[in-house]
Design a protein around this ligand. Structure first.
Ligand code: ADP
Ligand code: MG
Length: 667
């Protein structure tokens, strides 16, 4: 159901709700508070002069309105509270006067002046503090849409017919765990009467979220088992052994193992559905290139999809380079957004006729109007998990290709096996030989001179430097370092001797690619950017990274960023600049192991930024947290499998609904 059907939501508020990702009734009622403020009655006699106090009581006198120059105004009235009568003053709330009639119950938040027995209020709410405590929901809002608005819409929606809200817990489990119904739980989570009830309701909603997630994973796994459509290939083992000898370096044992696992998948009957997991720099790309080679040898087309054009271009160059040493004429093409319609059309035609063996690009590769002659393998790099929808798109093309996903998100194994339960997993743990561990330094802002000196040393040795800032340009109410400000700073220090440029997410992708190419070719020595270079970019001559406002980033993000250096055989450095959060950042100095860092992130921040939207869209939960709710996850895994395997409930509308929702998931 569309959110515009909720009473009070007009065209204007609809736009604002859409802006914060709310389109449907379900989106609205599951727009959970990101924080709760606990309002607890203060003891006025013990309040310190500057302390915030909260007190409730009944209005005892008609408020007096005073007006000052410049439009200022002030209301004064007396309040009867549990600890006697106090005077209340509040500025610029003239509009409240009419509602503050004698006898009205209000809650006052402000500062108490003991001498004058007056509270200067910052806020007045209607109501009282039963049990001396009130819990307020705080929501993510946007300009023009207040916390109050959001709360009102949610509560209006909750007053509507309960059947409009989807519930994914089968009644059997509902009863088994004595869960309240969905609407009650939602009501409590949005308007908690107390902490105990809140926690109960949260568990119910978390369970539901994880249950439906695990149901989908289990369902996919079952579907996969039943599939008989895999491609039957015959590839001689000597093809693999032979290619090992033609590479510019020796593969690590883990890389070889992953390749043999892929070989078994490709030559075996079931369709490949494999996740290749490995820390940044562990060398996943070469593994996928060999997979594509094996697919090519057996007569099929391959598609390699990257999340950005920068990465797609880089992969393209790597693939071309590698195949130059390997073999027979193999046709490799790059599909880019910046190509003309005509150029794209040509590529499409060649894909349909089978003239192209390997196509590299972004998700555009599997759009509706792209047809393949015989697509046998799809590789997706980094966070782009290949969604169910997209798989369906391919089936529509008459093929069920083998699929290999690559991910640098270091997830502890137990989690990986659960949340990627529908896939086989290969893990690369070893780093290629000859890597010199990166040295990491923590610096304070006032030590910037040292940092510039370190940069100078690297640049003198003809190495290149990345500089990272959390923001592109100045915004209101933020004191974060920006890319644009750093450009000025760096130009001042190095501009006369070195070429400096910037790259960020707001630039057109063609422009970004161009700058990355220039950096790769060492025509730019200092590259300043936001986290757009986080994933995958490979410039072995870049030996230093300086990250400003390092505390603004999650540890896993810092780890991904740092992985951009130390890719060649030169000693690399990473400098984290920050005046706060030194303790958390310390771990970056102690280890370069992504798994260890992610564990630490897990410990410190619950789920850390590991499963944030950026890392992998489909791992983004609204209320559950994978780390904190591990027990619920495990229970949901077990229950959902049991429910799936039960053949007596095939007609159950809920089951039908769950399966249906899989076909509508997009990521
Ligand atoms: P990631 O796993 O982060 O995608 P890449 O595949 O980009 O890592 O590899 C990082 C770098 O390491 C590349 O320059 C690649 O050529 C190189 N590389 C990969 N495997 C090996 C190896 N076994 N020995 C030496 N260098 C390697
Ligand atoms: Mg990579």
């Amino acid at each position: 159901m569309d959110v515009s059907k909720v009473k009070g939501v007009g065209p204007k508020s609809l736009q604002l709700l859409n802006k914060i990702g709310i389109y449907t009734l379900d989106d609205l009622v599951t727009h959970y508070p990101f924080r709760y403020d606990v309002l607890k009655r203060s003891n006025l006699q013990e309040a310190l002069p500057d302390e915030k106090v909260i007190i409730d009581g009944k209005v005892e006198s008609v408020p007096i309105l005073l007006r000052f120059k410049a439009g200022l105004n002030k209301l004064n009235f007396r309040l009867v509270t549990a600890s006697g009568i106090v005077g209340i003053s509040i500025f610029n709330r003239a509009f409240m006067k009419a509602n503050l009639t004698i006898g009205t119950n209000v809650i006052v938040i402000g500062k108490f002046d003991k001498q004058k027995n007056i509270i200067t209020a910052s806020d007045i709410k209607f109501g009282s503090l039963n049990n001396q405590e009130r819990i307020e929901s705080v929501y993510h809002c946007t300009s023009g849409l207040t916390n109050k608005n959001v709360s009102t819409y949610i509560n209006t929606a909750l007053l509507m017919n309960g059947k409009e809200i989807s519930d994914y817990i089968p009644s059997y489990y509902q009863e088994k765990y004595q869960f309240s119904n969905k609407k009650t739980a939602l009501n409590i989570v949005h308007n908690p009467p107390n902490m105990e009830k809140l926690k109960e309701a949260q568990i119910r909603l978390k369970y539901e979220e994880l249950f439906s997630f695990m149901f989908k994973i289990n369902y996919l796994k079952e579907c996969h088992k039943k599939e008989k459509t895999g491609i039957d290939r015959e590839i001689d083992r000597s093809v693999v052994e032979d290619i090992f000898t033609k590479l510019p370096f020796e593969l690590t044992e883990d890389q070889q193992k992953a390749i043999w696992e892929i070989y078994d998948d490709l030559t075996g009957r079931p369709r490949m559905n494999r996740l290749l997991q490995g820390d940044v720099g562990s060398g996943k790309t070469i593994v996928s290139i060999i997979a594509m080679y094996l697919n090519y040898v057996s007569g099929y087309q391959s598609a390699l999809m990257a999340p950005t054009e920068i990465l797609a271009t880089q992969h393209y160059n790597n693939v071309v380079e590698l195949f130059r040493n390997i073999s027979s004429p193999i046709s490799i093409e790059l599909l880019k957004g910046s190509q003309t319609k005509k150029e794209k059309q040509e590529i499409y035609e060649k894909l349909a006729s089978g003239e192209i063996d390997i196509i590299i690009g972004t998700h555009a590769l599997i759009q509706e109007d792209v047809h393949y002659k015989n697509l046998g393998l799809v590789v997706t790099d980094e966070q782009h998990r290949f969604g169910v929808n997209q798989r369906a798109l391919l089936t529509g093309k008459g093929f069920m290709p083998d699929v290999l996903y690559m991910s640098a998100t270091p997830i502890p194994r137990t989690y990986a096996l659960t949340i990627y339960g529908d896939m086989d997993v290969s893990i690369i743990k070893q780093m290629p030989k000859g890597r010199i561990p990166i040295q990491t330094f923590l610096k304070k802002e006032e030590e910037i001179r040292d940092v510039l000196e370190m940069m100078n040393e690297e640049l003198k040795q003809k190495h290149q430097v990345y500089v990272i800032a959390p923001l592109i340009e100045e915004t209101e109410n933020s004191d974060m370092t920006t890319v644009l400000a750093l450009r000025d700073k760096m130009n001042l220090a190095f501009g006369s001797r070195y070429k400096i440029d910037i790259v960020h997410g707001k630039m057109a992708s063609g422009a970004k690619d161009l700058i990355m190419q220039e950096f790769k070719q060492n025509n730019i020595q200092i590259l300043i950017s936001t986290t757009v270079i986080e994933v995958g970019v490979d410039v072995p001559n870049a030996s230093m990274m300086v990250i400003f406002d390092a505390h603004r980033f999650g540890l896993s993000t810092l780890h991904q960023l740092r992985g951009r250096v130390g890719r060649g055989n030169i000693q690399s450095k990473c400098v984290l600049i920050s005046n706060s959060d030194a303790k958390r950042l310390e771990i970056m100095k102690d280890t370069t192991d992504g798994f260890e860092i992610s564990e630490e992130d897990f410990k410190l921040r619950g789920h850390g930024d590991l499963f944030g939207t950026k890392q992998s869209g489909d791992m983004c939960f609204k209320i559950a947290s994978l780390k904190q709710d591990f027990k619920i996850l495990m229970q949901a895994k077990k229950d959902s499998l049991e429910y799936l395997k039960d053949t007596t409930n095939e007609e159950d509308p809920l089951k039908v609904n769950l399966i249906e929702s899989i076909n509508h998931t997009s990521d």
